[in-house]
Design a protein around this ligand. Structure first.
Ligand code: NAP
Ligand code: MG
Length: 497
């Protein structure tokens, strides 16, 4: 791990302008202050500096936003044809793409991630998702069904939008998480009330401005930043919300399920992970080392799919651990807007405290840091990229999601040993397998309980590929056709002829 001092990329005039005013809530097509008059600050996690003041929604504002979403759902939005909805989504994608640099800068400042990553990953993936989902609008079809009840019936199904959807998202990919949820909801014909994470509301708010510019009717998308315990809880419990789609921690996911029981709204959940990354004895070692480092250190380990448990065949264990540790030590930490930065800070002081607590607990339970192991520097929320060895299955660092740049490394002997160890977790989101043996790849991919299994690659996402979790990593899937299904209801129509 290294730190380099160089100058920060200059903020674009649009970014400076956006940050110069308090940011309001988007409700019914209008930018409004919170009814309470309250605001909160969003910070640059590399410095602790205030970036902007943001109006803070609570239950009263959520109620207004749900009313606006309902009015749009019953009104102008339902009158548009599928191809009109497609064109709006494609226009939105074009606008987002035209503003790539502005969105990348806002994301880097608010979240701390390197600007280069936001430019090549977060924003383009968001653009692509809107384009892909825009294509679905005109392809949401039902079936005709032959009934054994008799030949004098005609039965068919309709796929209809679920209705008003609450979407609650985290801070690790603020724009992309918003788009993963908005794209399929809008393609299916739903209207939305979106609550961004309190730590990173800026790109969702800027995106809010593009809906009007693209020509979406007022109220189709409402954006209400605020705190989880107030705004988020009010949304999840709201009696006129038909579905809640949540991405965040498993702990809060369980609260969402409880809150949703009042009106039994539909629930989809994308939750935590403790993903196994498995290096078989026949793997290409250099490729596996680079892949293992990327799997845990990308986005500072703040990925729900982070490859946080590295299982390495015993004959390659020392070599792979040394290789990943060497890469960890070379990662340049710095401000996200510094062009030399490879890893930025964690998102908040709370996450810094959480991750360093995990590091201390690991060492006190007998683990050893082959790289890193502590906070980095005194300013900002930086943590050293860390590789922990001498770990045991019962340790907290092995069992719980750390959500930081910390990997535990475990040697194994046989395929059976490793598949059992890999599945020894309450989570089931992602997994990686590094091997040159096609048969092992397929056999292990079938045995690992995870929503996504990457073989000889990691962190490959595509708008067409379903994503979600087994076990306590979630309910339902995002992206691909599955996402559309989860924003529609199936209606059977049965006619006696
Ligand atoms: P979090 O604390 O669960 O927060 C996620 C969102 O829920 C935030 O908008 C939060 O608002 C809100 N929230 C908090 N308490 C709430 C409540 N009682 N009712 C309704 N909403 C509430 O998660 P986080 O720490 O921000 O994010 C990291 C977690 O997200 C990790 O566990 C990670 O694995 C998971 N994640 C999963 C995926 C996936 O696709 N499976 C993707 C990314 C992240 P505030 O911000 O105001 O607290
Ligand atoms: Mg939070």
């Amino acid at each position: 791990m290294q730190t380099e001092s160089s100058t920060l990329v200059a903020r674009s005039p649009q970014v400076t302008e956006f940050l110069s005013k308090p940011r309001k809530l988007l409700i019914g097509g209008k930018w409004v202050e919170a009814k309470s008059g309250k605001t909160f600050k969003t910070l640059d996690p590399a410095t602790g500096e205030v970036l902007a003041h943001v109006c803070e929604a609570d239950a009263a504002d959520i109620d207004e936003a749900v009313k606006a979403a309902r009015a749009a759902f019953n009104g102008p939005w339902s009158k548009l044809t599928p191809s009109q909805r497609s064109r709006l989504l494609w226009k939105l994608a074009d606008l987002l793409e035209q503003h790539t640099e502005e969105f990348a800068q806002l994301e880097s400042l608010d979240n701390g991630k390197p600007l280069a990553v936001a430019r090549i990953a977060d924003v383009p993936l968001a653009v692509d998702n809107f384009r892909y989902m825009g294509g679905w609008c005109s392809k949401i079809e039902g079936n005709t069904i032959p009934l054994s009840a008799g030949n004098n019936f005609l039965a068919y199904t309709l796929r209809e939008p679920v209705g008003v959807v609450a979407q609650i998202i985290p801070w690790n990919f603020p724009l992309l998480m918003a788009v993963w949820k908005l794209g399929p909801a809008l393609a299916a014909g739903c209207t939305v009330v979106l609550k961004p994470a309190e730590q990173t509301p800026l790109t969702a708010l800027r995106l809010g401005e593009l809906f009007a510019e693209a020509g979406f009717p007022d109220g189709v998308v409402n954006i209400v930043p605020g705190f989880g315990e107030t705004a988020g809880a009010a949304l999840a419990a709201h009696p006129d919300v038909d579905k809640v789609a949540f991405t965040g921690s498993t702990e809060v996911g369980k609260l969402i399920v409880k809150a949703a029981t009042g009106n039994l709204k539909k629930v989809t959940l994308e939750l935590g992970g403790k993903s196994p990354n498995i290096v078989m004895g026949d793997a290409d070692v250099e490729v596996a080392i680079a892949g293992a480092a990327h799997a845990i250190f990308f986005n500072h380990g703040q990925c729900c799919v982070a490859g946080s448990r590295l299982f390495v065949h015993e004959k390659l264990f020392d070599q792979v651990v040394e290789g990943v540790a060497a890469k960890a030590k070379k990662i340049r930490l710095g401000h996200g807007m510094d062009s030399g930065t490879q890893m930025g800070p964690l998102v908040s002081d709370e996450q810094l405290a959480r991750v360093t607590d995990f590091l201390n607990s690991g060492v006190s339970e007998g683990a050893r840091a082959a790289a890193g192991g502590a906070r980095h520097g005194a300013q900002g929320y930086f943590v050293q990229p860390t590789v922990l060895v001498d770990v045991q299955p019962h340790m907290k660092v092995v069992r719980e999601e750390i959500f930081g740049p910390v990997v535990t490394a475990h040697p194994f002997k046989t395929l059976d040993d490793v598949h059992i160890a890999a599945n020894d977790t309450i989570y089931g989101l992602g997994a990686g397998i590094w091997t040159r043996d096609l048969s092992i790849a397929h056999r292990l991919a079938a045995k690992v309980k995870a929503g996504t299994v990457w073989v000889n690659c990691y962190n490959v996402f595509d708008a067409a590929m379903p994503f979600g979790g087994y076990k306590q990593s979630g309910w339902g899937r995002e992206m691909g056709h599955n996402a559309i299904d989860l924003y529609t209801e199936t209606k059977s129509v049965c006619i006696k002829l």
